[in-house]
Design a protein around this ligand. Structure first.
Ligand code: SIN
Length: 568
């Protein structure tokens, strides 16, 4: 394979920091992972700084519909949750990470309830549980019917507001992290960030810390259509990559099967029709009304989402369709309105009534199964840097995340990270280091050029064409070439600022993703390689990408531990 070298700058062009602040730990991001981690750290360390790109509630967590998976039913067990997770992960899960998730998960969810999150309850006052794709049991806790993430976000933000006057924690909104600061030994010792604020904290500044926890979410905006909110531009993941952290399994992008199809021209965040709708009995049909998931998998419409997405793509290809349909009509208006109030309201706003109409749906980008590689404590390959939630790759999701495991992962690993950071601070194991090479950077630094925001659409089209759910050597190589050309464009008009930084982050991650997608010559997890339609044992490996000292991305493969006791 003729691999094009990908060279990334160490940092983005930005003004020199005009202000500095210091904390023990900087937590970046305010979804379930960031908020949980910051709240737990605050009880234990002297000074926590929580920064978030826009407002506290703007990230992906608040958009999560279906719920949070945990073996809460007396007849369910963590082992069964583990088995289902491993099957969905298509042979690439790290079993010990999954074990931590499923064994600690139930207690973490109960703690969320104790903190004030209101889950939907059954007649006996127990948490009501439903089922989603890939689960063999009802184990999805939900809130407000289909507004689980919004309720969890509300409860965590309320808990944060209660301690906002505490001098041990500071929250800065409208703060976009530009890059990670590193010391001479390569360890992370803070972040540079751009704050839209007032007074001293305005413009580019530096937040120095002994540890940085990235909880910045995913990269959905790298594709033309996604369920992710506009803030999901991979900022933390790209900054980690530039700072030398290993980013793993990036080619495993999850495409949610049932995203409302609003026409070819629809771009950006699209309305999700939760898998829980199928969990309650809705099913997919083609243009003849045939239930095409039957016979494809024992769980039919509730197969793991890669299988359902693939089934839809097959039918679309065979029948020349740009979408299929979800039939929820038999569930009735009363049930749908009560169980899925947000989805029903959004559909009606857009002219579809789920109780009356077939809903046009097609797969769209939904989740990054890979990310910044961590160990079981959330530590990345760079000292002082932690990653939690969608930005991370803990090994829990393998090649394809099991439905409703993402909120749980953020919760469980946020606790683990807070515990590890606390222990290391107490042991004096996280030194305060001097950052190197931060000041005086600007567009004169070779390779730190920015991509103009106006080229974002072209970048998204390139990624969608080349590295979507159906890929090949040709398509991924095409994406690589187009991204390389974008990276080399004269960029005189791209002034340093949030739009250009976000777009450049998408470019850097796109380059890494296309590199890994092209190398992986098999079909596994979230995508189909049309030229390699089978899963291959030789490819039962993680691919990690790291930026070397010369800026080149270097790929290394790592074997996967045998998933014992699984039905993988
Ligand atoms: C959904 O509600 O279908 C999405 C849940 C998830 O992504 O885990």
């Amino acid at each position: 394979m003729n691999e094009l070298p990908v060279v990334l700058p160490r940092r983005l062009a930005a003004a020199a920091p005009g202000w500095t602040t210091t904390a023990d730990v900087v937590v970046v991001g305010s979804g379930i992972a960031g908020l949980t981690c910051a709240l737990r750290l605050r009880e234990r360390v002297d000074r926590v700084l929580l920064v978030t790109k826009t407002v506290l509630s703007a990230g992906s967590t608040a958009w999560a519909q279906g719920g949070i998976a945990a073996a809460l039913h007396p007849e369910d067990t963590p082992q069964e949750h583990l088995d289902d997770t491993l099957v969905a992960g298509a042979g690439l899960c790290d079993v010990e990470a999954v074990r931590a998730l499923v064994t600690e998960g139930p207690d973490r969810v109960r703690e969320l309830v104790a903190l004030g999150a209101h889950f939907d309850l059954d007649d006996g006052g127990e948490i009501k549980l439903t089922r989603e794709g890939g689960h063999h049991r009802d184990r999805i806790a939900h809130a407000g019917g289909d507004a689980t993430g919004a309720e969890i976000s509300r409860a965590l933000i309320a808990a944060l507001q209660q301690v906002r006057d505490d001098p041990g924690i500071e929250v800065v909104e409208h703060a976009l992290v530009v890059d990670l600061m590193t010391a001479a030994d390569g360890a992370v010792c803070g972040v540079t960030l751009h704050v839209i604020g007032e007074g001293q904290r305005d413009g580019v500044g530096a937040a120095r810390a002994r540890a940085v926890v990235l909880a910045t979410g995913g990269l959905g905006q790298i594709y033309t259509s996604t369920t992710n909110p506009p803030v999901a531009t991979g900022d933390g993941m790209a900054a980690a990559l530039r700072a030398g952290a290993r980013v793993t399994d990036l080619e495993f992008v999850q495409f949610h099967p049932t995203v409302l199809f609003l026409g070819e021209g629809s771009t950006g965040q699209q309305p999700l029709i939760s898998e829980a709708v199928r969990g309650e009995g809705a099913f997919l049909v083609d243009d003849t009304g045939r239930r095409f998931m039957q016979g494809r998998h024992e769980l039919a419409d509730l197969a793991p989402r890669d299988i359902v997405a693939r089934g839809i793509l097959d039918v679309m290809g065979e029948r020349g369709l740009d979408h299929v349909w979800l039939d929820a009509r038999h569930l009735g208006a009363a049930f749908l309105e009560e169980r899925f109030p947000s989805i029903v309201a959004r559909c009606r706003e857009l002219g579809f009534d789920p109780a009356v109409d077939l809903l046009p749906v097609a797969p769209a980008q939904h989740y990054a199964s890979g990310g910044v590689e961590t160990d079981l404590r959330g530590r990345t390959s760079v000292d002082g840097l932690y990653a939690c939630g969608e930005v991370s790759c803990t090994g829990v999701h393998g090649a394809n995340r099991l439905a409703s495991n993402s909120l749980l992962e953020g919760l469980v690993f946020a606790h683990r990270i807070a515990d590890d950071v606390t222990a290391r601070l107490e042991a004096g194991d996280l030194a305060a280091r001097e950052p190197v090479g931060v000041t005086g950077e600007g567009r004169d630094v070779p390779g730190s050029d920015l991509l103009d925001r106006r080229l974002r659409v072209e970048l998204q089209r390139t990624m969608t064409r080349g590295c979507g759910p159906l890929r090949s050597a040709g398509s991924t190589a095409g994406a690589q070439a187009e991204l390389a050309a974008l990276a080399e464009l004269p960029v005189a008009s791209a002034d340093p600022g949030p739009d250009a930084w976000e777009t450049t982050n998408l470019l850097h991650l796109g380059q890494a993703l296309a590199l890994l997608a092209r190398r992986r010559e098999e079909t596994r997890g979230g995508h189909v390689r049309t030229d390699f339609p089978e899963r291959e044992e030789r490819w039962r490996v993680h691919q990690g990408v790291t930026r070397g000292a010369d800026g080149r991305l270097v790929v290394a493969e790592r074997t996967v531990a045998e998933p014992m006791g699984a039905r993988a």
